[in-house]
Design a protein around this ligand. Structure first.
Ligand SMILES: Nc1ncnc2c1ncn2[C@@H]1O[C@H](COP(=O)(O)OP(=O)(O)OP(=O)(O)O)[C@@H](O)[C@H]1O
Length: 286
């Protein structure tokens, strides 16, 4: 038995979700993410990726009844039988969540946005007054430096590029000392170079800290490149859960039909080449 089966960091059991009586966004979904794993969640638009991630984060409640319908994260119950756990706030403090649209406060400085990651770990009064200690500020600067944008610390978040904003959101997770990270299409609105940088940073956090990462992606190339394992969804169901390298173009066509085109980068070869060059540059500069 693997560690994944012994102690999952994320466990979703028989979760279904219906929006407005008809739209079944999740149908009996069960998945487990083990300690130290970095897993991609792929699927065409509307397949249920965001809905699943939002359920895991405790932002959406699953359908009532049926068997199971239970989600636990880091050993804490998030929801069960269509009811959120009372202690969900405690779990959220331990879980980092990254969204496609970054979720930074545009008018605040990058440093303050990153420091917001500490709010769950400090007394409420200090949080309300935004009184961060010297040590906390140092932590935030270290996190910004780790994601390569320490020079933006004093700028307003609104002045950053999309890629930089996403890196600031990751720095916020670092400062939060997230024990697991959910990333909901973190690269969907980024150019290819920024997308690769963000994926490299997530991958580095996964490898160095052993933080489990579940990342939803539109393009399978990124899943193959950065995640050993992929969970693929179609119409609210898990249709594949296994090694990312098994997701060949032919196999994708088999499970998605025409919708597979949406998941394959038209320039997949350029993608591979750009990667090789980036890796060579890294080795040369080391
Ligand atoms: N709040 C909501 N109200 C009604 N329907 C919803 C809601 N959220 C999601 N849905 C529906 O649930 C289904 C799954 O949506 P979801 O956003 O999870 O898909 P996705 O795979 O993340 O898609 P995308 O890649 O386009 O973000 C879709 O049919 C969507 O229209």
């Amino acid at each position: 038995m693997s560690d994944t089966q012994i102690q999952p960091v994320i466990q979703v059991r028989n979760v279904s979700k219906t929006f407005g009586n008809v739209r079944r966004a999740l149908i009996d979904v069960s998945v487990e993410i083990g300690a130290g794993e970095m897993v991609a969640l792929i699927g065409a638009s509307g397949s249920g990726k965001s809905t699943l991630i939002r359920h895991i984060a405790g932002l959406v409640v699953a359908d009532k009844g049926g068997e199971g319908g239970e989600i636990t994260v880091l050993g804490e119950r998030v929801q069960s039988g269509g009811k959120l756990s009372r202690d969900v706030a405690h779990m959220r403090r331990r879980l980092g969540v990254i969204f496609q649209q970054f979720n930074l406060v545009p008018r605040l400085t990058v440093l303050t946005n990153v420091l917001a990651g500490r709010l769950g770990r400090m007394p409420k009064w200090r949080g309300t007054l935004m009184q961060f200690s010297h040590l906390e500020k140092q932590l935030a600067m270290q996190a910004l430096s780790r994601v390569g944008i320490e020079f933006t610390a004093r700028q307003r978040a609104s002045t950053l590029s999309g890629g930089q904003q996403q890196r600031a959101a990751i720095a916020r997770c670092l400062v939060q000392e997230s024990e697991a990270i959910l990333a909901d299409e973190p690269i969907a609105s980024l150019d290819p170079a920024s997308a690769r940088r963000v994926m490299e940073i997530l991958s580095d956090i996964n490898r160095s800290e052993g933080t489990a990462v579940l990342v939803s992606l539109h393009q399978v190339e990124y899943a193959r490149r950065y995640c050993k394992r992929t969970i693929a969804m179609r119409d609210g169901r898990v249709v594949f859960d296994g090694p990312s390298h098994d997701l060949t173009t032919d196999f994708l066509r088999e499970i998605y039909g025409e919708a597979s085109e949406e998941l394959i980068l038209p320039d997949a070869e350029d993608f591979a080449e750009a990667h090789e060059q980036a890796e060579k540059r890294l080795i040369a500069s080391a």
